[in-house]
Design a protein. Structure first.
Lengths: 256, 256
């Protein structure tokens, strides 16, 4: 199968002019078919604050009331997405910005209220890989904002890491997929204060050990569980690396 | 050639929940291939005000500094566009929201500074009708926000009426195009205070007379000149009508 790279970049990188420029330069040099999934949480929080809307987070997830849904739709699907698309066009990449509602690419379900009412937050039900691969095969590069829809007329706020993982899994039917999570550190670190302690490779057995011994904890845990889920479901490998290292042979590789 | 309807709806209609719902219901019932172009100026003005950004208008055009460009990108390409796309998906229409940067569909040029510096305002250079018709022929319905790009990495704010006109002209190579401008009145009125005085048909000679006699003036004049330009450049007919009359045999028809 042909190769495809799905790259997830977080808020901090896409929201600063200089780091975004560097990232898109590196992204544009990645050979072959590719997809970009982005966040934008910091800008959303800033806009919400400027509009007098309180940002409520529970377990790192944003409680999304109707006003917050408007803010994240504006920031993710408008400001951040179109800025990336225009920049990529300037670099000769024929980008197409999408949210999950566009061409029904990502259908989700409003999260049921248990202990916490997350509001307009959607959990991914299905990724329309036929439509996405059709677009990719035309030489277009999808740029996906973390907003999905319920198919009944409502937009829903959805975690960008989850979108990247689900998109990579769905596209694994069509391509040999590498999923890259770009973040602030060089990879998964053996010692979180030492950037040179990157663990080069992790498989499920090794992950269990890393969790048992407390080396992997906190925010890294859901990222790694997400990665494991991806490789167990057809994605060839997941790479966790620093944005500035994109395209280089570095970071932590997760495989089965 | 196959028929295609390009519909432009203004800010007032798409920004109120009830009128948008009515419009999209009518839009979804229009048979055959179609494109929706929307505005969103009132919401942009409201958001700018809430953020303490002054909205400066000259000759009905928004002076777009860098902060205002962010606001219009958020509102037009984010909030309004994605709300329409999700609503259409709920009505069974496979919509795809686009700004001009997406797939390079509308390339524009930053307006040169003469007497007035409009800032990040773009005049349309070209509409990529091949890409648009390709999408339309797949059964997708493009929903176009009035944001374009310069191909060099910058987004530009562009008048939605102009986008509708230029898109209709470009697509006239591929289809038998009807362009419909939806607005607040029943059509072009002989007496602006009498809704029953709709002029059923206008051609270039008749328009000259209407202008000479002062019946057509003010904001209606650029709309009619825009329409005349469209029909002189391949668009079969332009209809100016009330949003609530969409799909009915009413309003003013402009032909050559």
């Amino acid at each position: 199968m042909e190769k495809l790279t799905v790259i997830k970049v977080g808020g901090k990188i896409v929201e600063e002019k200089e780091s975004l420029k560097q990232l898109l330069d590196l992204f544009s040099k990645i050979e072959g078919k590719k997809v970009l999934v982005h966040g934008g949480g910091r800008s959303a929080t800033r806009l919400a604050t400027n509009l007098g809307i309180e940002s409520k987070m529970v377990n790192g997830r944003r409680i999304t009331d109707i006003e917050t849904l408007k803010v994240v739709t504006m920031v993710y699907a408008g400001l951040v997405n179109k800025d990336i698309v225009a920049s990529l066009q300037g670099l000769g990449i024929n980008a197409l910005g999408l949210c999950g509602a566009d061409m029904n690419v990502i259908l989700s379900e409003k999260r049921a209220v248990k202990d916490i009412d997350y509001g307009y937050v959607g959990d991914v039900k299905s990724v329309n890989s036929e439509t996405l691969s059709d677009i990719i095969n035309k030489g277009l590069v999808p740029v996906i904002a973390p907003i999905t829809h319920d198919g009944k007329g409502s937009l829903l706020n959805t975690n960008a890491d989850t979108i990247a993982g689900e998109t990579a899994k769905a596209l694994a039917k069509h391509y040999d997929v590498t999923l890259i999570f770009c973040f602030e550190k060089k990879g998964v670190l053996m010692n979180e204060n030492d950037d040179r302690s990157v663990i080069p490779q992790i498989n499920p057995e090794y992950l269990s050990k890393l969790v048992e011994t407390g080396i992997v904890k906190g925010g890294m845990l859901p990222k790694l569980e997400n990665s494991m889920d991806a490789v167990k479901n057809g994605v060839k490998q997941v790479i966790i690396t620093e944005a500035g290292e994109l395209g280089k042979d570095s970071g932590t590789v997760i495989t089965v």
